[in-house]
Design a binder for this molecule. Structure first.
Ligand code: GLA
Length: 397
């Protein structure tokens, strides 16, 4: 069997995608649009740390959400989704549990933050797989927000842009996500991972060695409990902070806790809350070590930290699942794979693999064959390189 390998590294493909969307816009709306894109992401390490004011190390994918748009003379928002072949009129409207919630949420959050966005006609097409844990929601939010702002002539600091998109998801969509996905969608640079301090929002770019590929393997499962369990993990982290603060007043998030403190006081915290806290506290240490190791091209050290991260997510934070565990085990058996772990919120979705460019084909072949044999599901595999953050794209008309 020949596995499906999707290589979306080529930048040339970007402008083709933009030109294609532009001509589709012209045929639908008889106007020449401006084109915007915002990428999905893989997180190399630092999972469930963002909403605990911790550290993360994501990289943008070259897969992205694309928006073609033109301004309107009225205040209306007309948005057509190519992925769903549906059209909505906004900005207001009830929450419907689908793609349109992200769009409405962003338009309303921009207004609520006091930004005068005018009406617009938008055509949206995303190629970040949905429900795969690769940041498709944030790519939609950031692409739509970038379009609405630019079409209205409003300039915005990218940190503010990321915050507003996160707020849209927290308040309108109802998912209590952290800021990682939106932040990396706004700030990423090709060829680098982004080390972000989610407390101060200070960040640095860490070059990914040019011979390294980021390979995302989609388990093709998304367990139904995912969203509820995500919000529950947040609540458990908050509960563990209350316990921590009752022992050492003044500690206000798990970011304030270090491993030595946990060794000394862990026995005073109920087991489940202790394990949640231990994941976050040790993961923060791993992110800083991994960013340093990546910076000095020590991929072996990064791989060890990724394996520790996966184990901690599986055993202490309990957000992995048998399919993710299998997928990472399969990948680690392939020579030239430096590291593998689950990426994103968990309960299905994808793994991220750091792979030598020469080993990509073998990884894809091995994982696709063995994973399908064991689970009956054929995985989608995306071999890519770290891509750029959001922006307007100039296309030839
Ligand atoms: C999802 C959320 C992020 C982050 C990850 C887990 O992707 O959107 O904010 O919390 O889960 O690290």
């Amino acid at each position: 069997m020949v596995p499906t390998v999707d290589r979306r590294g080529a930048m040339a493909a970007s402008s083709d995608a933009g030109a294609d969307l532009a001509s589709r816009f012209v045929s639908l709306f008889a106007e020449t649009p401006r084109i915007y894109r915002a990428p999905g992401r893989v997180n190399l390490i630092g999972e469930h740390t963002d909403y605990n004011e911790g550290f993360v190390l994501p990289a943008a994918l070259t897969m992205a959400c694309w928006v073609a748009g033109s301004p309107r003379p009225d205040a209306k928002l007309i948005v057509h989704s190519e992925n769903f072949n549906e059209r909505i009129t906004g900005p207001g409207g009830a929450r419907a549990g689908g793609w349109a919630d992200y769009v409405r949420g962003v338009a309303l959050a921009l207004k609520a933050a006091g930004h005068q966005v005018s009406g617009a006609t938008l055509l949206v097409r995303g190629d970040v797989p949905m429900g795969a844990g690769l940041g498709s929601s944030a790519s939609l939010e950031v692409a739509v927000a970038s379009a609405l702002l630019d079409l209205s002539g409003v300039r915005m600091d990218p940190i503010e842009l990321a915050r507003i998109c996160q707020r849209a998801e927290n308040e309108f969509v109802g998912a209590r996500c952290g800021i990682m996905d939106q932040f990396v969608a706004c700030h990423a640079r090709a060829g680098t991972a982004l080390r972000l301090d989610c407390r101060s929002l200070e960040y640095g770019l860490v070059p990914v060695p040019p011979y390294v590929r980021l390979v995302a393997c989609n388990t093709m499962v998304r367990h139904r409990l995912a969203e509820g369990e995500y919000n529950r993990r947040r609540a458990e982290c908050e509960a563990s902070v209350l316990r921590v603060a009752s022992i050492t007043p003044g500690m206000r998030s798990l970011r304030d806790v270090d491993p030595a403190w946990l060794d000394a006081h862990g026995h005073e915290i109920p087991d489940r809350l202790l394990r949640r806290a231990r994941h976050v506290v040790t993961e923060n240490v791993r992110v800083l070590e991994a960013a340093e190791a990546l910076g000095r091209h020590d991929l072996g050290a990064v791989g060890v930290l990724m394996a520790d991260s996966h184990r901690s997510l599986r055993d202490d934070f309990e957000v992995s699942c048998p399919e993710l565990d299998l997928m990472t085990d399969l990948a680690r058996a392939v020579p030239g794979v430096f590291g593998a772990r689950m990426t994103g919120g968990g309960f299905g979705g994808s793994t991220v693999n750091l792979v030598h460019e020469d080993a990509v084909d073998e990884l894809c072949r091995h994982v696709a064959t063995k994973y399908e044999r064991e689970t009956g599901r054929r995985p989608d595999i995306y071999a890519t390189q770290a891509g750029d953050g959001a922006g307007r794209v100039m296309v030839e008309s």
